[in-house]
Design a protein around this ligand. Sequence first.
Ligand code: HEC
Ligand code: HEC
Length: 229
Amino acid sequence: MNPRIACMAAAFFLASVAVPTAHAAGWIDQRSVIAVHGDATAGAAKATTCVACHGPNGNAIIPAFPKLAGQRAEYLAGELHKAKLGSRPDSPMTALAAPLTDEDIANLATYFASQARTPSTLPPADSAVLSRGESLYLHGDPARGVPPCQGCHGSDANGPADGAGHLRAWPALRGQNGDYVVQRLKNYRDGKLMDSSNDFVMHGVAQSLDDGSIQAIASWLASLPPGAP
Ligand code: HEC
Ligand code: HEC
């Protein structure tokens, strides 16, 4: 191939997968995801409206809101593209994401991913709940069809260790706010998050989780100090 055509082909390839395309049926295909390399400084400038809910540097203080700090950029970008689908009118993110360009999304995702996640300031749940959550996360519960979460979210809950290809968009859970994780898991289970191929994966997983299991896993994840264990 001559160099010019090769270059055009490469540019087309990047353009076609850097921004996920919405499927005709209204969901985003995340089976192929390339790395997000935005401009963190531009992202920080754009993030001033986000801190009201997501906290300083993306460390949300209100436990019902997700921490964005230290999350994988590809996951954050995917969530913003999904919010633009507008399938959840009751979410504040629907209106907030609507005006964002693809470039804004890459910049915001790069900025929040580069920030350090801070530990929870809330007292941890009691030790029986924490050890139940840890056991479910690491080993699942074969009798009830609960898969080990670590198989996809990493043994340290920082996301899959080999975070390449589509695995880039599989989120870290370590140190995430507990009330947020509880609500998120119930939403997957109850079919309220069906905006992407990755949502379909978690919808399947969450079918096996009762409310007590959800609370235990969320409490344990929230109690973990962020960063490498
Ligand atoms: C009024 C409060 C509010 C503001 C302001 C806000 N968000 Fe959110 N955001 C939420 C809530 C609540 C959720 C979780 C539930 C949902 O998706 O509706 C969320 C979810 C997210 C998620 C998905 C996180 C995850 O772990 O799945 C991302 C990414 C995000 N917001 C980015 C942003 C960015 C970037 C901005 C600024 C442009 C912003 N948000 C401004 C309330 C807010
Ligand atoms: C087969 C792989 C797989 C397994 C097993 C799995 N997950 Fe997930 N999980 C995913 C993927 C993919 C996503 C991203 C979904 C999306 O884009 O919304 C995800 C997303 C999540 C989120 C949303 C994070 C956020 O910031 O909003 C939570 C919470 C979560 N998983 C918890 C769990 C728990 C708890 C278990 C174990 C009971 C588990 N997962 C098992 C693949 C998996």
